[in-house]
Design a protein around this ligand. Structure first.
Ligand SMILES: [Zn+2]
Ligand SMILES: [Zn+2]
Ligand SMILES: [Zn+2]
Ligand SMILES: [Zn+2]
Length: 796
């Protein structure tokens, strides 16, 4: 998803292979500027550009009436079956394919308002009703929607507004004349019922509004750093040749302490996979839910009633404001490029949005500055730095800092992230160059160049004029933008930061919410990028919308470097796998975990715990390709390959059990999982991660049946294993304890629930902060338990 689709990668690779060897050599050694100068004409209109156009046809990003019809009918079908959440999502998808201001789109909003009403989301329901009205909802259908509005207001306790809304309906019905149809009769009946309800409510006093907890609002103690924006004053920015820019603790830091808070300079929502690679012959529309259906295209907030873009079907927003701001800042340029951006992958999209946000003036200033030399000579810089006296003055020459030695989340800081142009393979650089040129050519052909260069006044919804002539050459200004974009695509390989959220998986029927981390967006965080990698990090990163917060996950003594984990964590992979993965960042990890595993005989936690046992006597088993039982009396040997096959079979069985659970065949799922667990015990070590996963699944099935005690027992076993892999204060344990707390809460195991909540709170507040949703949910559970009548408490 980060890189272009495979067919385009292959197309670029073929072009590269067919180039004159001399040209290949020149390209391989060329600077970014020269790469573009040499490569601009290599995207041939009738060959590569045509192939790309064909690929783009598969990505569906435009508005299609047939899709709108399909989604609306699917929505109606699910609404009829009372699946209101799914119906609301399908109406959103239908709306995204309709034209703004059309009666059709207003019907989508009205239908969605009905689903939201049933979901009890009255505020959002009201927004949708207003939307339906403003987009020209058919007059004859209006009374029904207006009655829903009155009902919503009633449910929200806004009695006067509800009464006002009712009189509007009454007038409307009266004006429309005599009514005999059954629908109108039903409307009148509803109207009189509502009037009675309002009257009843008025005779009750308004409930006093609960005061908002001050504790929740209280922000954490925070003293900002003088030279790094968004960083705590307990950090300092250092620079040396080996480690580049990095952050070091300038005083002792406690676990849970906030170290950085940063808003992404740019972020792009990762589309769902189903957006791409749909066979063009396929006519059925996809009803699978993707990130684009769940999160705002701009601010990444969760969507309930999305506002679709006026021009495309792929950008959906949480509000009209987000839609307008995104349009101003970048989407008026991106809107018609949807299919191309989906085909070329998220990195290209981030690169384009970065230059659009920065603006042409700033982009060209920095591109020109980069041609002036100095930038590519870090050693000269470093020498200059070491001569600078005092630490504060020392930050002045650090790349990305401004003249006052301040490092901020700015385009300058993004520009100064290392592109490692000389370390990427020439073929990869070529692919990135062709992709970036393809974007710029399309911008030029679509008449968007003026918008890109900020020369056009920001007329709001004006459609770009299509350029008559399609010249092969890019304008000098677009070439500058292309050069910056190429730089950003290359930077992203080392500097892309994934924005993740805990997303609910599966259905919510079980009363226990199973959440797992999901990659939501790809972003540039220039300050966060200052952190180097270690496989044993000393921080945790959490996200809220497009903002990242970094907290110490353990005590960090003054003088120690702050380490982020780029992905390969010592608890998840062996050193060899980690080093392999880290090669994309162009460095060899020399963190403590790697040194321990490489240089001494310390075995990785992963290999010790994810091991097999003797299939005959269950004693530990050792060796590489052939494994021998450590029990002398047994002395069985077995090939690793055959054990791996058994493991794969087992994983298949577990998958089947989960499918049974999805089909609501809980009893069969339990039987199957118990059988899997027995099989597993014959050849997997008791600490194997899969053993824990099976216990976790069992807990989930029992929870759907309301058998809380059984669920808790299985989950506790899962927790033991997770603890062995990730440690007792890891975020993984925090999430498991959160689940356990929910189960104990549901089963009224009050004292156990309270102590579990306490533990979960302690761990999660270190990693995610005291204001995270999970902490809030835990506190709600606690309050609820403490308010239970004593009689219930004594029984447990
Ligand atoms: Zn938004
Ligand atoms: Zn759009
Ligand atoms: Zn390492
Ligand atoms: Zn044995």
């Amino acid at each position: 998803m980060a890189l272009p689709v495979e067919e385009w990668r292959l197309c670029a690779a073929r072009r590269w292979a067919a180039l004159e060897p001399a040209l290949r050599e020149r390209l391989a050694a060329a600077s970014l500027h020269d790469t573009l100068r040499l490569g601009c004409g290599l995207l041939r209109p009738e060959a590569e550009a045509a192939a790309l156009r064909r690929l783009c046809r598969r990505a569906r990003a435009g508005k299609e009436p047939a899709a709108a019809r399909f989604y609306r009918e699917e929505g109606n079908r699910l609404f009829g079956r009372r699946h209101y959440g799914a119906a609301a999502r399908l109406y959103s998808q239908a709306a995204s394919h309709e034209l703004p201001g059309s009666p059709e789109v207003s019907v989508c909003f009205a239908n969605r308002s009905a689903a939201l009403f049933h979901l009890g989301r009255f505020e959002v329901c009201l927004e949708d009703i207003a939307r339906a009205e403003s987009h020209g909802y058919p007059d004859r259908l209006l009374p029904k929607v207006l009655l829903r509005k009155a009902e919503c207001l009633l449910c929200l306790g806004r009695l006067q507004d509800a009464a006002d809304a009712l009189s509007v309906v009454e007038n409307k019905i009266a004006m429309d004349g005599i009514m005999t149809s059954p629908t109108h009769q039903a409307l009148l009946k509803k109207l009189s019922q509502l009037k009675i309800k309002i009257h009843e409510k008025e005779s009750w006093p308004e409930p006093a509004r609960e005061a908002c907890g001050d504790a929740e609002r209280k922000s954490e103690i925070w003293e900002e750093n003088d030279s790094i924006s968004g960083a705590s004053s307990s950090l300092s920015l250092n620079f040396d040749i080996e480690r580049g820019r990095h952050l070091v603790a300038s005083q002792d830091i406690l676990p849970g302490q906030s170290l950085l808070k940063e808003e992404a300079f740019v972020s792009v929502l990762c589309p769902g996979e189903s957006f791409l690679l749909q066979d063009s012959s396929e006519t059925a529309w996809d009803t699978r839910v993707t990130n684009a259906d769940l999160y705002c295209h701009r601010c990444l907030r969760q969507l309930l009633a999305s506002v679709p873009c006026r021009g495309c079907s792929y950008a959906k927003y949480c509000s009209q404001n987000c839609a307008d701001v995104a349009w101003e800042q970048y989407h008026r340029t991106e809107c018609s490029l949807g299919a191309l951006l989906l085909t070329l992958g998220v990195f290209c999209h981030v690169a384009l949005r970065t230059v659009l946000l920065a603006g042409f003036a700033e982009v060209s200033r920095l591109v020109e500055w980069s041609h002036s030399g100095d930038l590519h000579n870090p050693e000269a810089r470093c020498k200059h730095l070491s001569e600078a006296p005092g630490t504060r003055a020392g930050t002045r020459g650090i790349p990305g800092c401004n003249d006052n030695g301040q490092y901020q989340s700015s385009y300058q800081a993004v520009f100064n992230l290392l592109p490692h142009a000389e370390k990427h393979s020439p073929e990869h650089k070529f692919l990135c160059m062709l992709s970036v040129v393809a974007i710029c050519k399309q911008l030029q052909e679509a008449g968007l160049e003026a918008a890109v260069l900020n020369q056009e006044s920001s007329e709001k919804w004006s459609r770009p004029k299509i350029c008559e002539k399609t010249s092969d050459e890019l304008s000098p200004e677009l070439k500058i933008m292309a050069e910056a974009m190429l730089r950003h695509v290359l930077q992203l390989q080392c500097n892309a930061q994934a924005i993740t959220v805990m997303q609910e998986s599966g259905s919510r029927d079980g009363a226990v919410v199973n959440k797992k981390p999901v990659r939501l967006a790809t972003a540039f965080f220039p300050v966060l990028s200052l952190l180097n990698h270690a496989c044993c990090p000393n921080i945790s990163v959490s996200f809220s919308g497009t903002a990242a917060t970094v907290r110490a996950s353990q005590p960090i003594p003054s003088g120690q470097e702050i380490f982020h984990c780029y992905g390969p964590h010592r608890c998840r992979m062996r050193v060899a796998e980690r080093q392999q993965l880290l090669s994309q960042y162009f460095f060899e990890c020399r963190c403590q975990a790697c040194l321990d595993e490489l240089e001494s005989d310390v075995k990785s936690v992963v290999s010790v715990r994810n091991s097999f046992c003797c299939p005959s006597c269950q004693a530990p088993i050792q060796g590489e390709d052939m494994l021998c039982c450590s029990n002398e009396a047994c002395a069985i040997s077995v090939s690793r390959e055959s054990l791996s096959h058994r493991l794969q079979d087992l994983q298949q069985q577990i998958k089947k059990a989960l499918e049974l659970l999805r089909d609501r065949k809980a009893d069969q799922a339990i039987k199957m999982l118990l059988k899997c667990r027995m099989d597993a015990g014959n050849f997997l070590s008791p600490e194997h991660l899969l053993m824990g996963e099976m216990e976790d699944h069992l807990a989930q099935v029992y929870a759907t049946l309301g058998k809380w005690q059984e669920a808790a027992r299985h989950l506790e076993r899962s927790i033991e294993i997770v603890e062995m892999h990730h440690g007792p204060s890891s975020v993984e344990i925090g999430h498991e304890l959160f689940k356990l707390a929910q189960i104990l809460f549901n089963g009224f195991a009050v004292s156990e629930a309270l102590s579990t909540i306490q533990r979960a709170e302690e761990i999660l507040s270190v990693h995610c902060g005291p204001q995270s949703t999970q902490i809030q949910e835990l506190q709600e559970m606690k309050t609820c338990l403490l308010e239970l009548p004593r009689s219930v408490l004594q029984r447990t």
